[in-house]
Design a protein around this ligand. Structure first.
Ligand SMILES: CCCCCCCC(=O)SCCNC(=O)CCNC(=O)[C@H](O)C(C)(C)COP(=O)(O)OP(=O)(O)OC[C@H]1O[C@@H](n2cnc3c(N)ncnc32)[C@H](O)[C@@H]1OP(=O)(O)O
Length: 224
């Protein structure tokens, strides 16, 4: 394989391309705990056996909460700026469905540099991510891998979009259980970035994925 990657030392600032960017440390702690509470709410609603009276009261309380939050909003496409312990800066979307810190529908997954290279993260998916009984939906298994693989390319200085994703489901992925997600760049060819990763539970691989990320053209690197 031709190894001709051109990782950038520093990712371009999305502000330079007209995107709004929220530094992670500026997300209010109160919003972070509200997001956590809404995750619990979604799980509670999905599994409740409450009677009509309780359900009506809960709906009114939720409607009142929604009304309180109908003021100023972040636009779709707003980015989040996250800083790594080593000083590296990463950008993602604020409401990313897998990793977005303000998205209550996200598990969420946060990837960090792994000692062995690449990235490593942990996530627990509750019963609202269910496919087969007691198991994570296969589409969400793929989503976790897609995000982890994309993050690995980006963390290596080669951010891009997924052109192809292959997932092998080796063993059932359990709900309500700690999952370990690992990912790394395995090779490059022109703008193609090859990435691979795994999901493990209790040390056993439940799913493996490989993807082709096509690196975006970055200013100053020729984009070749
Ligand atoms: C931190 C952030 C984490 C984010 C994680 C989440 C990742 C995602 O979910 S991304 C969303 C899903 N993906 C998308 O929406 C992408 C949709 N597709 C596209 O926009 C385009 O097809 C795109 C950008 C992938 C490639 O288009 P373009 O930039 O014009 O590249 P193009 O010139 O066609 O191809 C570049 C190379 O890739 C190859 N390639 C492109 N697509 C494919 C494919 N599907 N399969 C195999 N090879 C491909 C081409 O053959 C070419 O190879 P070579 O260098 O050998 O000639």
């Amino acid at each position: 394989m031709t190894v001709d990657a051109k990782p950038v030392a520093e990712l371009p600032d999305p502000r330079d391309f007209g995107f709004s960017v929220v530094p992670e440390e500026e997300i209010p702690a109160e919003l972070v705990s509200l997001v956590e509470e809404v995750r619990s709410l979604v799980d509670a609603v999905a599994h409740t056996k409450a009677g009509a009276e309780e359900l009506t009261a809960a709906r009114e309380a939720v409607a009142a909460a929604s009304d309180r939050l109908k003021g100023e909003r972040h636009g779709v496409g707003t980015m989040i700026q996250q800083s790594w312990p080593d000083g590296r800066v990463e950008y993602g979307t604020l409401t990313n469905i897998v990793a977005g810190p303000t998205n209550a529908a996200a598990p969420p997954l946060r990837m960090e540099a792994a000692p062995e290279g690449g990235l490593r993260g942990e996530a627990v998916l509750n019963g609202t991510y269910q496919g087969p009984p007691g198991l994570v939906h296969g589409g969400w298994v793929a989503a976790l891998l897609d995000q982890a693989l994309g993050s690995a390319a980006s963390a290596a200085g080669m951010p891009g979009l997924t052109a192809n994703l292959d997932v092998n489901y080796r063993n059932p992925t359990p709900l309500d259980a700690p999952l370990e997600i690992t990912a790394r760049v395995s090779g490059t060819e022109r703008r193609k970035v090859f990435v691979s990763g795994e999901i493990r539970h209790d040390g056993q691989v439940t799913a493996e994925g490989t993807a082709l990320m096509v690196r975006m053209n970055l200013p100053g690197d020729g984009g070749a």
